[in-house]
Design a protein around this ligand. Structure first.
Ligand code: ATP
Length: 440
């Protein structure tokens, strides 16, 4: 059972000062304009639970864009309007932001299609939302400040720790909500209400996930992977058969779990921003799949070029890792030659997650050091040293680079010396390969 603030006012008082100040200001402006103004969505849910959240979402019963313009004039904010959706983002001189929307009603012309929207009341606006705990509003007009609007009894569900849809067609209207449900449930440590879970399983069973574009499915996977504890959500989705609805072979196997924990460790070490790890968790989710399944996932999810390359390079990276384990590749330069055609993130993923220490070390050395290796000499240097210009330049410089990666070269002088030696060797080889030339 969750601890929940006993009133809207109480919840609002728990928000950071800068948000409270903005809410009072916008409330007063709404009073002057004679329009009802509300705080809505995730921040209301989190404020009632006492969880930090700084995504301020406001809804006006009236023209949201017009209200944003007034806000801009009064507080010197800049406004970015998204006319098609009747929403706007106001950015204040102190760089704080808030989102404004016109209260609207929504209907879905067909399952999984994007909704048709029109202006409506706050009740309409809350009625189009996903779960009861997300469908509460707090009034911001001065005389009714903190008054809760909760037509779907979200507060009761918040107290009981339940994720409940507003109506039986919710997952059919928008199947992305089944991923949202698992994500919110695990994040808040809540439970899917039993009818909601049944509806969700039914939506999965009847193939509704197939109706979502790859882009929308991947966006949900990314949101999951940006959470603090993505593994719990992945495991839950597996239990709900929802991973398998994306591709029958996706699952929360031990191998996937181990990769997730390895990435967790890196994330908690805190070198990069936590959200930046999403790509590695996606790789963790798919990394154990065969080539054919990976190709099918690429077709299904249509990731952007970077993620697509990272996924597509997994099989080659796996082969490279095996070669390292079997000691068929045993110098840094040898590894470099094979790895330099792969996306660095795929190599980094193996540096973190491979069960083999030798693979982790090789991959880390490549990712952190070897791939950044540069020579002090170049083609100009070779020309000045009297090497005749030609295709040999590329081969010489490459050979010197490999020597440097292998740790046999420490300064420019050694680079020059090695270059000349390579050149001499190349010439000798050429002579041996064309015996007629010298013999006649
Ligand atoms: P988070 O904390 O992850 O940002 P949130 O609850 O703030 O979660 P957003 O994605 O920012 O979620 O959306 C804001 C609000 O819009 C939600 O609280 C919910 O009321 C509503 N919402 C978002 N996505 C949907 C959806 N697919 N269907 C219905 N309502 C939605």
């Amino acid at each position: 059972v969750a601890f929940v603030a006993d009133s809207g006012i109480h919840a609002l008082h728990g928000l950071p000062d800068w948000i409270q100040k903005r809410l009072h200001q916008t409330g007063q402006l709404a009073d002057q304009l004679g329009i009802p103004l509300y705080l809505v969505g995730g921040i209301v849910r989190d404020a009632l639970l006492g969880i930090p959240n700084t995504d301020v979402d406001l809804v006006v019963e009236g023209d949201g864009l017009d209200f944003a313009e007034h806000l801009a004039r009064r507080f010197e904010a800049t406004v970015r309007a998204h006319r098609r959706f009747g929403t706007a983002t106001a950015v204040f001189p102190d760089r704080t932001k808030l989102d404004l929307a016109t209260a609207r009603s929504e209907h879905y012309p067909r399952p999984a299609a994007l909704p048709v929207v029109q202006p409506g009341s706050i009740h309409d606006d809350l009625g189009r939302r996903d779960f009861t705990v997300n469908a509460m509003a707090l009034r911001l007009n001065t005389d009714r400040y903190g008054e809760r609007v909760d037509p779907h009894h979200g507060l009761d569900d918040l107290r009981q720790g339940l994720i409940r849809v507003l109506h039986p067609l919710s997952f059919i209207d928008d199947p992305t909500r089944l991923f949202r449900a698992a994500r919110l449930e695990q994040r808040l440590n809540f439970t899917l209400e039993s009818v909601t879970e049944r509806l969700l399983r039914e939506a999965v069973r009847t193939g509704l996930v197939d109706r979502l574009s790859g882009h929308r499915v991947l966006a949900q996977l990314r949101l999951i992977c940006e959470e603090t504890h993505p593994w719990a959500i992945v495991e839950r989705l597996d239990g709900l058969q929802a991973l398998q609805a994306i591709h029958p072979k996706l699952n929360a196997s031990d191998q996937v779990r181990q990769a997730f924990s390895a990435i967790d460790r890196e994330k908690h070490a805190g070198v990069s921003l936590p959200k930046a790890f999403w790509l590695f968790y996606i790789l963790a989710l798919v990394h154990a799949q065969d080539e054919q399944t990976l190709a099918a996932l690429l077709t299904r999810l249509r990731p952007d070029r970077k993620l697509a390359a990272c996924m597509a390079h997994l099989p080659a990276m796996r082969r490279l890792a095996r070669a390292v384990t079997e000691e068929r590749i045993d110098t840094p330069a040898d590894f470099f030659r094979h790895a330099s055609g792969l996306s660095p993130e795929t190599v980094r993923f193996f540096a973190w997650t491979s069960p083999e220490a030798a693979v982790r070390e090789r991959c880390a050395a490549y990712y952190l050091r070897d791939r950044h290796t540069r020579l002090s000499i170049d083609g100009h240097t070779l020309r000045r040293m009297g090497v005749p210009q030609g295709p040999a330049y590329g081969r010489i410089l490459e050979a010197v680079l490999y020597e440097k990666i292998n740790g046999h070269i420490h300064n420019e002088q050694e680079e020059r010396r090695t270059a000349l030696a390579v050149w001499a060797a190349l010439q000798k080889k050429e002579e041996n390969e064309t015996p007629g030339k010298t013999g006649e």
